[in-house]
Design a protein around this ligand. Structure first.
Ligand code: NAP
Length: 305
């Protein structure tokens, strides 16, 4: 078991970063000292700053939550997506190699083209369908090229009570409209960022990073699968919204990026190696909605940023 590590969390104001901060502040992880930084303190694309930060703070482990995550916008903003998701990751990997730090990086189900029909394993061939997926894949490859000791955890359809995501959009539309249309031909698994954060902290507590060499890929999402239409229907139902959800095809929904039709991930490897018990997506959705409701109550003071 690891102890007394200095752990750097980059992109810490995003969904996953905020969930990690929330759990660490609640006392859910005792591996050492955590440094939470977002772009205002540490831009992962700034090579000199990242080198300086690593040297000054003696980083043992970095959990990279920094990313360009606007999937549709990336199609017309490719330079920005590649700068963060590929080049920023390369800079972090380089610094980890130089300083002997271990790198935990988060990637995406969108590295797959979605032509499969059984859950994707880590060893399955990738073939991204858009700029975002391509930039994330090239980030993974940069880690390999730099020879960093680390792991890539690919996840999918992330949501949280913090930040912008599909669940919050559905809740807003559910309050504004009587009917909405949602694509029913893309299959995946919604993942509560708190569950992923918990998994990362659990891995951190179980691993002796000094004895782990090379790069390993893992898949982590919640259990189960659904379409965006089924996800939206569950959100409306659990939140008590009367808004009717209508199924449509991807062809009927204008989006700049073509998303994979099937991107369910096989999680056997991460479950077996780290003894993780992963919650079902709809159980976690209910918990997130409960948390959000608590945060919206008049006397709530919860803020983890
Ligand atoms: N969201 C999903 O549905 C999803 C699905 C699969 C995989 N993932 C992956 O999961 C990880 C976490 O995603 P998330 O949803 O938590 O992302 P997020 O909420 O978009 O958070 C990303 C954070 O990184 C920051 N950032 C952007 N550029 C940066 C830079 N150059 N240096 C430092 N920080 C920077 C962002 O700041 P700004 O907000 O100011 O840009 C934001 O605070 C990412 O690797 C993502 O690719 C996400």
């Amino acid at each position: 078991m690891a102890d007394r590590l200095t752990v750097l969390i980059t992109g810490s104001d995003g969904q996953l970063g905020t969930e990690l901060r929330k759990l660490v502040r609640k006392g859910d992880c005792h591996v050492g000292r955590f440094l939470f930084v977002d772009i205002d303190v540490l831009d992962i694309c700034n090579r000199a700053d990242v080198h300086h930060y690593f040297k000054t703070n003696h980083i043992d482990v970095v959990v990279n939550c920094a990313a360009y995550t606007a999937v549709d916008k990336a199609e017309s903003d490719a330079d920005a997506a590649f700068a963060v998701n590929r080049d920023g990751v390369a800079i972090l990997a380089e610094c980890c190699v130089e300083e002997g730090a271990y790198m935990i990086h988060v990637s995406t189900d969108y590295v797959f083209d979605g032509r499969g029909s059984i859950p994707y394993k880590e060893s399955d061939a990738v073939n991204p369908t858009g700029v975002y997926g391509q930039s994330k894949w090239e980030g993974e490859e940069k880690m390999r090229e730099k020879g960093v000791d680390g792991m890539v955890i690919r996840t999918a359809w992330l949501y949280s009570a913090f930040g912008h995501n599909f669940v919050k959009t559905m809740l807003r539309l559910g309050a504004e409209r009587e009917q909405i249309s949602v694509v029913a031909d893309q299959h995946g698994t919604p993942t509560w960022a708190e569950d992923l954060a918990r998994a990362i902290l659990s891995i951190m507590q179980k691993c002796d990073f000094k004895t782990r060499h090379g790069l390993e890929i893992y898949h982590y999402t919640n259990e189960g699968e659904c379409t965006w239409y089924e996800f939206a229907s569950a959100i409306m139902q659990m939140a008590g919204k009367t808004c009717q959800v209508m199924p449509i095809s991807s062809d009927e929904y204008p989006a700049s990026c073509r998303r994979p039709a099937y991107s369910v991930l096989d999680k056997s490897k991460i479950k077996e190696e780290f003894g993780l018990d992963i919650p079902l997506w709809d159980d976690s959705l209910q918990k997130m909605l409960d948390e959000l409701k608590g945060m919206n109550e008049p006397n709530s003071k919860e803020s983890w940023r």
